[in-house]
Design a protein around this ligand. Structure first.
Ligand SMILES: N[C@@H](CCC(=O)N[C@@H](CS)C(=O)NCC(=O)O)C(=O)O
Length: 214
């Protein structure tokens, strides 16, 4: 059995962060597919009791350890592998700052936007999309400005803050209805740098469950 198991599904950018990290550090891992759309496995009492009380994916299993929250998983894997690890207190705090901003404001809005656009029934009111899109534009703008000055969020080398940011940024533009790369050129250039890292894979090639079976 591989060293790590990751509860995940292909459409999840939150899970993509963990899957991408596992691949980039060359870990021996396997995905455990969650039937998010049909079975809502993650909402069952069994899942909450045995896998994750928060009812979410991703969950990383490493021996006796079960970890949820992609930021925690990234931190754990960075410490284990010594890769993409912030060095010293200032960098650790800076990584935490960007991971929290990303979780709440960047991928934290992109994920729900893409979900309600493609899969929510009934489709929410136009005002909901407009509200989320305005937040997305503003927050991607903040990241774009940062990446105009430095190749990676913390500077010259990639850290887990970049891997967190990757969450939903590689999914097809059609799934959002807008083109993140065209609207934010520095993010587009950063995406190419991430894509060039050895072990990089697209979310649909890294995690099971794509395409969705109706
Ligand atoms: N902050 C969490 C977000 C995890 C999350 O929201 N995952 C989604 C799948 S993409 C989920 O499991 N949602 C279940 C629910 O909200 O009921 C992380 O970074 O891991």
């Amino acid at each position: 059995m591989p060293e790590y198991q990751l509860y995940c599904f292909a459409q999840s950018g939150n899970a993509y962060r963990a899957a991408l990290m596992l691949n980039l550090i060359g870990a021996d891992w396997e995905p455990v597919w969650i039937d998010f759309f049909k079975g809502l496995v993650q909402r069952t009492p069994e899942y909450r009791e045995k896998i994750n009380e928060m009812g979410e994916a991703p969950v990383l299993v490493h021996g006796e350890k079960k970890l949820s929250q992609s930021g925690v998983i990234l931190t754990y894997l960075a410490r284990k592998s010594g890769k993409f690890l912030p060095q010293g207190e200032d960098e650790e705090l800076e990584v935490l700052r960007w991971v929290l901003f990303d979780n709440q404001k960047v991928n934290g809005f992109l994920g729900p936007y893409r979900f309600i656009k493609n899969w929510a029934k009934p489709t929410p009111d136009k005002a909901v999309f407009e509200f989320l899109k305005a937040r997305i534009d503003n927050n991607l703008g903040i990241v774009n400005k940062r990446l105009q000055k430095v190749p990676f969020l913390l500077g010259e080398r990639p850290t887990i803050a970049d891997i967190s940011l990757a969450g939903y940024l590689f999914y097809p533009a059609e799934e959002f209805g807008f083109d993140i790369g065209a609207d934010h050129p520095a993010i587009s250039a950063w995406r190419e740098r991430i894509r060039a890292l050895p072990g990089w894979k697209h979310p649909y090639d890294l995690m099971p469950g794509h395409p969705l079976v109706p």
